[in-house]
Design a protein around this ligand. Structure first.
Ligand code: NAD
Length: 279
């Protein structure tokens, strides 16, 4: 897809961060943009911000974990616009905490938003794309899919699943005219990290210093836009991800990286189970 003008683009989680900036890029390029988000107030504010730049966007409050809402949105999009050209599965939530203390409720919430949300959208929109023999799906995974850093394990595991699913899907539907781009952002300065404080000194410090070493959502929005325009299969976003990816080819390097991260980010020996007989 070389020209995105006249494209109908839907961005989930479009009220904030990467989603908002991606939507802004498409809107500026002349596409018709539909923003969905669970947060109605933020969605209205996002539409207003884009409106100030002379851009009109369509908005809809959608919880990506609600299958009925997603299917109803697909019916509305297809009835109103006749088709969807680009689906950006961006909505997502973060979670920081050690595996041993991650509750099943937290796992469920993460899987619901970060995996089922993507699947519901693909099942709702892909059939019409296959029928037309045209379309583009973007799935936003995370660099944690490669790094799997201690204290980010639950989030990383689910984003890795979403990434694997997305890459396989891409190979399966490409010959039928539908492109899939799997995006792996890493450390982007957005409200995603709101509430993530970290428990160790190093974890707290890494959050405090985030603005100085992270990427901006504007940059990532531009990268996603260009990946769709140029029909890229995988978008690594940050060179750090390439390091994380290739570290797996050298297991001792990957193990050393994980040990260092566990040393600095996990709570450490003061939380170890008491030695037998010493309770
Ligand atoms: P963000 O918090 O700024 O934006 C996420 C948006 O998703 C919010 O507007 C939120 O309201 C919406 N959302 C959350 N739950 C929802 C639900 N159930 N239904 C509909 N909308 C929902 O965060 P962001 O950094 O822009 O994150 C966007 C995507 O990028 C996420 O999938 C995230 O996992 C991924 N990501 C972010 C980073 C990062 O460093 N910020 C790194 C890698 C991947």
């Amino acid at each position: 897809m070389k020209d995105v003008r006249d494209r109908i683009v839907l961005v989930t989680g479009g009220a904030s961060g990467i989603g908002f900036c991606t939507a802004e890029e498409f809107a500026r390029a002349g596409a018709t943009v539909i923003l969905t988000d669970i947060n109605a107030a933020a969605l209205a504010e996002a539409a207003e911000r884009l409106g100030r730049g002379g851009v009109t966007v369509h908005t809809r409050v959608v919880d990506v974990t609600d299958r009925a809402q997603v299917e109803e949105t697909a019916r509305w999009v297809l009835a109103t616009f006749g088709r969807l050209d680009v689906l950006v599965n961006n909505a997502g939530i973060g979670y920081h905490g050690e595996m041993a203390e991650t509750s099943l409720e937290t796992w469920k919430k993460l899987i619901d938003v970060n995996l089922w949300g993507v699947l519901y959208h693909i099942h709702a929109f892909l059939p019409s794309m296959l029928e037309r023999g045209r379309g583009h799906i973007v799935n936003v995974s995370s660099g944690q899919a490669f790094f799997r850093l201690p204290t980010w394990g639950a989030y990383a595991a689910i984003k890795a699943a979403a990434g694997a699913f997305s890459e396989v899907l891409g190979f399966e539907v490409r010959r039928r005219g539908v492109h899939v781009t799997t995006v792996y952002p890493f450390m982007v300065n957005t409200p995603f990290y709101r509430g993530v404080e970290g428990e160790t000194l190093a974890a707290k410090l890494s959050m405090k210093l985030l603005p100085y070493y992270s990427m901006t959502p504007e940059r990532v929005g531009r990268i996603i836009f260009e990946a769709v325009r140029d029909e890229r299969r995988v978008e690594m976003v940050s060179p750090l991800n390439v390091l994380g990816f290739y570290a797996h080819l050298l297991p001792p390097v990957f193990a050393a990286m994980s040990e260092v991260a566990a040393f600095f980010l996990a709570k450490g020996p003061h939380r170890a189970a008491p030695a037998q007989g010493k309770e």
